[in-house]
Design a protein around this ligand. Structure first.
Ligand SMILES: NC(=O)c1ccc[n+]([C@@H]2O[C@H](COP(=O)([O-])OP(=O)(O)OC[C@H]3O[C@@H](n4cnc5c(N)ncnc54)[C@H](OP(=O)(O)O)[C@@H]3O)[C@@H](O)[C@H]2O)c1
Length: 322
């Protein structure tokens, strides 16, 4: 018997198949329109609603380099005062001088190691931040594996550091600053996530797991505090040309920190979970729409194995030269 001519409870199976196909196509088309709207058509966020130009402060973690440095520069340009946190004081001082030379914003430099867990270190940070009217927090700092490595062979100290910095420190700092934002009924917390938090990433297991935590925690928190006037936003990030990615040249897929941060700030607070950079957004849409999760996980595993092989070859060459 012809399967499509089967009738199920009065429905012709062929009609049902066409209806299901049309529904699926409509969903894909709709999600593509949302992608276009979010990526290309949405007007940039007016940062005045988060205190820009009104004496409010933005706290940026991991601010001495890469994406964090660019956040500090662009938020200062948008008329926030900025607190810049990272370990290397000399780099923070240079950045502070650059911001001050551009005029307008105040800068507080506070060298800080986010792998610290002791109370005195955190109390000292709290004492620096308490007098400031902080309305923006950029949780940007993160530690990654030096290169893809089997979990069972990874340095235990590095694994501790990934969990402490990428999970513990974000939670602690947010807990410190959120009450002030809630009391003021004004605030923005941006959590810089990674595609590794979306696609379970073999050979970067601890980093991938920490970024998955960041995403779910961030979205949960967003739901809690949105009615209190505070926006919490997770930003899904693919490659950006920084020291962490080891990409020296920007490409369509791996922008400069400047271009990347510009896209994040333009969509600041727009949604609880977004992929602000256009090429990253397109890839995420393709992954979510067409690629089975198992295939994405396998592809990520193969990519990391390839990166690992190349990193090991490079290390062997360098060892030979010495
Ligand atoms: N670049 C990418 O392709 C990419 C892709 C996906 C997601 N991301 C995410 O984007 C964020 C920024 O990455 P990035 O590429 O800009 O990295 P980066 O260029 O390596 O910069 C990292 C920053 O964090 C600081 N830092 C590192 N460990 C620290 C610690 N223990 N305590 C305090 N500060 C510390 C570094 O300064 P000091 O050394 O002076 O402390 C530096 O300012 C991270 O959350 C990362 O996971 C990046």
């Amino acid at each position: 018997m012809d399967l499509l001519s089967l009738r199920l409870g009065g429905f012709n199976l062929a009609t049902l198949a066409v209806a299901v196909g049309a529904f699926h196509l409509a969903r894909v088309a709709f999600s593509f329109l949302i992608l276009l709207r979010n990526t290309y058509l949405r007007p940039a966020t007016n940062l005045a609603k988060f205190g820009a130009g009104k004496g409010a402060w933005a706290v940026v973690t991991g601010a001495s380099d890469g994406i964090g440095k660019e956040f500090a520069l662009q938020l200062a340009r948008a008329k926030f005062n900025v607190v810049i946190l990272a370990r290397t004081k000399s780099k923070l001082d240079t950045l502070a001088a650059e911001i001050k030379a551009a005029g307008g914003s105040e800068v507080v430099v506070h060298p800080f190691d986010f792998s610290a867990t002791d109370q005195p270190t955190w109390s000292a940070l709290a004492a620096v931040l308490a007098p400031l009217n902080v309305s923006v927090l950029i949780n940007n700092v993160a530690v990654n594996h030096a290169f893809p490595t089997p979990f069972a062979e990874e340095d235990p100290a590095l694994l501790d550091s990934i969990v402490t910095v990428n999970v513990g420190a974000q939670v602690r700092l947010t807990r410190m600053l959120l009450p002030g934002m809630v009391a003021a009924r004004r605030g923005l917390v941006i959590n810089v996530g990674s595609i590794a938090g979306l696609v379970p990433s073999a050979y970067l297991a601890a980093y991938s797991g920490a970024k998955a935590f960041l995403r779910t925690w961030s979205r949960s928190l967003a739901e809690e505090v949105a009615p209190k006037g505070v926006r919490v936003q997770h930003v899904n990030t693919h490659f950006v040309a920084t020291a962490m990615s080891k990409l020296r040249k920007a490409t369509w897929l791996a922008p400069t920190p400047k271009a990347y941060v510009r896209s994040v700030i333009a969509s600041a607070g727009a949604n609880a979970d977004g992929t602000p950079y256009p090429s990253h957004a397109i890839i995420t849409w393709v992954l979510n729409t067409f690629v089975p999760e198992g295939a994405a996980i396998a592809k990520s595993r193969d990519m990391h194995l390839d990166i690992r092989r190349r990193a090991l070859r490079k290390m062997a060459r360098e060892a030979k030269r010495e």
